[in-house]
Design a binder for this molecule. Structure first.
Ligand code: HAM
Length: 434
């Protein structure tokens, strides 16, 4: 192949030749996106679409210079006017940029947005990790109470429930307020100092740049030090503790299963208070289906009013893979109601007329324009699982009659061509309202 697809990205096709790649079937994506849109509407989240690229500075400021995303994973380039732009690696910063720029707080006191779209991270590709992935994200701006955090955790778990996902783990933690984190970082410095020469090179770099991120390391040589590290829960200010306890109590009230995970810190620097991650035991190393948390300072950092926010994002590839692994059945591909096979020019003109008339009244009709032999056309009709099939040749045109074949029953019925469209419309109506 002279022009292969770049590494770490993939096509989403209406038909996926390899069974193990069935999660890339575009019908599965449409189904998932439909469930998401309905859910978001019911929870009062409205769609926001931001550009695929933003000024690089936006992500540096919000996600954090020392985060993996900003320090190693961004697709950054200069445009022709030498402005530094970056393909968005995540969706929160662009939503907040738009919120601040358009002064959306003046429209309503609480804004709830959702988005679905591609994100770009230059990561080492592997199963569940891509250089272009897709997220469904939701952000609620303007409410600082624990109920808002719980609404978002419930929204995400309800999505997974509606999709039939099982064996999920909801991990919950708090990263407290600025005071909490300052004290916690000091304790981590003392703790990790003694392990420093034995830590992975990534964690050694994190020691001075962003020490809490060591807790996120998966390197085997870091695990002993991480297991022995102090817990942030012992450093919470009274305000941070009260918020966290309220979130825990509310989650129990609404009947959700969750567990506290004191080492959960998340990879983006904008979080404070609640953080959460939902993982699936169906996925391998990349088992995080979705995650999020509160990020109260971000709007002010980006030049807007001092408003609190909380949100999450979930990776659509991983959701579809988990569904596939569980053997979930997706709705079947849409099938034509009638498939016309014209033989010859005159027949083709007639069939074209009927196909168009039926499509104009919302009946899925298909015409075989391949010009292939009748056997091949019939094979296509079978492949598409059409409900009816009609072959039109010179004989049928001459007699004004044709055989309408019902494919499931193999039953054929003689139909007068001048009533064909009317007949199909009546059958279709009977089928959808029996
Ligand atoms: P994140 O944890 O970086 O959070 O990404 C959210 C989800 O996107 C992950 O749980 C994972 O399912 C998926 N994901 C991330 N990177 C990849 C990748 N390379 N390949 C495949 N899937 C991936 C955020 O992006 C935050 N903006 C979430 C948020 C919204 N926090 C507050 N509001």
């Amino acid at each position: 192949m002279e022009y292969p697809i770049p590494k770490g990205v993939f096509d989403i096709l209406p038909e996926e030749p390899q069974k193990e790649d069935a999660w890339r079937n575009s019908n599965h994506w449409q189904y998932l996106e439909g469930v998401i849109r309905e859910l978001a509407r019911e929870y009062g989240y409205r769609e926001i679409r931001t550009p695929i690229f933003e000024r690089t500075e936006l992500f540096v400021r919000s996600v954090g210079e020392s985060s993996d995303i900003v320090s190693k994973e961004m697709y950054t380039f200069n445009d022709k006017a030498e402005r530094s732009l970056t393909l968005r690696p995540e969706g929160t910063a662009p939503v907040i940029r738009s919120f601040v720029e358009k002064q959306l707080h003046t429209q309503r006191p609480v804004q709830k947005f959702f988005y679905i779209g591609p994100m770009f991270r230059y990561e080492r590709p592997q199963a569940g990790r891509y250089r272009q992935h897709h997220q469904f994200g939701a952000e609620a701006i303007g409410v600082c109470s624990a109920e808002q955090d719980v609404e978002l955790i419930d929204l995400l778990t309800e999505l997974y429930r509606r999709l039939g996902l099982k064996n999920l783990k909801v991990a919950l933690n708090t990263v407290g307020d600025a005071n909490t984190r300052a004290q916690y970082r000091e304790a981590l410095q003392t703790h990790f100092q003694q392990y420093l020469p034995r830590l992975s090179s990534d964690s050694q770099a994190r020691f001075s740049r962003n020490i809490m991120r060591i807790l996120d390391s998966k390197a085997p040589e870091d695990q002993e030090a991480i297991a022995a590290a102090p817990s942030i829960l012992d450093f919470l200010s009274s305000e941070a503790r009260a918020h966290f306890e309220k979130v825990c109590a509310l989650l129990t009230t609404i009947g959700l299963d969750w567990e506290v995970s004191p080492r959960l810190v998340r990879g983006l620097d904008y979080y404070n208070h609640t953080v959460f991650e939902i993982s699936s035991s169906q996925l391998g190393a990349q088992n995080a289906l979705g995650g999020g948390g509160r990020y109260d300072g971000l709007i002010a950092t980006l030049g807007g009013p001092d408003l609190p926010s909380v949100g999450f994002a979930t990776g659509l590839e991983r959701v579809l893979q988990a569904m596939e692994k569980q053997g979930m059945q997706f709705p079947p591909d849409p099938r034509p109601f009638i498939y016309f096979i014209p033989l010859g020019d005159r027949a083709r003109e007639e069939c074209m007329k009927w196909t168009t008339a039926l499509r104009h009244v919302h009946i899925p009709a298909e015409i075989d324009l391949s010009g292939k032999k009748i056997q091949t056309c019939l094979q296509t009709a079978n492949l598409l699982h059409t409900v009816f099939c009609l072959v039109l040749g010179e004989d049928e045109l001459r007699s004004g009659q044709a055989q309408l074949k019902e494919m499931d029953t193999h039953h054929s019925k003689q139909i007068a061509l001048d009533d064909l469209v009317g007949h199909i419309i009546r059958s279709y109506q009977r089928k959808i309202t029996p």
